[in-house]
Design a protein around this ligand. Structure first.
Ligand code: NAP
Length: 259
């Protein structure tokens, strides 16, 4: 999958699983150099091996917790030790915790969702911005969600977090106007990754039910879109891309076949 991205430096947060891991493989196929962060280093090392196999000329992995400013700073110092430029920043780390109503809300869940999906994007972007080259097609690629556009019961904090991510993306595009740095958000609907397993705290049966009888997006589907967005000519900015499985016509309308 060649896209003019050969040898570009791509930094992906949350690269140990799901979209982030698939993005590492897909940007690897495009010949990119990769800087991968997440909290689980063993998983990152497996992803790095796959990305090298896919064609990446250089892959580095490092522990990163986007909910913690010192961790983001240590990660960025590690990045600076390997390169003086980052061409593509993929702010992917995040997810949901629980599906409780506001009345039944759990502080720790709310805090995790806002720390990772909102403050994590702000922290990472602030830290990496000085490394993004001007007028060279550099891209900040944030992963939003359909949940940032439409609310659902039990999703108040997650929907708020992803709506926050969308507004961060929009504000950044205004702030960076004139620098040539592109800012995009890719907002998926139902996609089968470890997202629901994490949301339901390891309850695999409950997680599986989310995708039962329907064809969800795969992590690969989303990763291919990320490579496409980053690979557009330098003067083209894909502002906001909402992608859903055909079976999901709207957040509450999912076609399910009998199982
Ligand atoms: N799957 C969906 O249906 C869907 C739809 C729309 C949007 N999204 C969004 O897509 C993004 C990726 O999710 P996914 O579906 O690929 O889920 P996933 O398979 O659970 O992957 C989430 C990734 O985020 C990382 N992560 C979580 N908290 C982190 C932290 N504090 N610091 C660093 N890394 C952290 C995880 O790594 P570690 O645990 O190793 O740190 C993991 O690599 C998330 O922002 C999610 O909200 C998902």
């Amino acid at each position: 999958m060649l896209s003019g991205l050969e040898n570009k430096w791509v930094l992906i947060t949350g690269a140990s699983s799901g979209f982030g891991a698939a993005a590492a493989r897909a940007f690897g196929e495009a010949g990119c150099r990769l800087l991968l962060g997440a909290r689980r280093l063993d998983r990152l090392e497996d992803v790095a091996a796959e990305a090298r196999q896919a064609g990446s000329p250089e892959v580095g992995v490092q522990v990163l917790d986007v909910s913690n400013t010192p961790s983001v700073e240590a990660f960025t110092a590690w990045v600076r030790g390997r390169t003086d430029r980052v061409d593509v920043l993929v702010n992917n780390a995040g997810g949901a915790q629980g599906l409780n109503s506001v009345a039944e809300g759990v502080d720790a869940d709310w805090e995790t969702m806002l720390q990772t999906n909102v403050l994590g994007v702000l922290r990472m972007t602030r830290a990496v911005l000085p490394l993004l080259p001007r007028d060279a097609g550099a891209t900040i690629l944030n992963i939003g969600s359909i949940a940032g556009h439409v609310a659902y019961e039990g999703g108040a904090a997650y929907c708020a977090a992803k709506a926050g991510e969308l507004q961060i993306t929009r504000a950044l595009r205004l702030e960076l106007n004139g620098t040539g740095i592109r800012v995009s958000t890719v907002d998926p609907g139902l996609a089968e990754t470890e997202f629901s397993l994490v949301r339901f705290k390891g309850d695999a049966a409950r997680a599986k039910k989310v995708y039962e009888g329907m064809q969800a997006l795969t992590a690969r589907d989303v990763a291919e879109i990320l490579v496409w967005v980053a690979g557009r000519p330098a003067h083209v900015n894909i502002d906001e891309l909402l992608v859903k499985p055909v079976d999901q016509a709207a957040i509450h309308k999912v076609h399910r076949r009998p199982v």
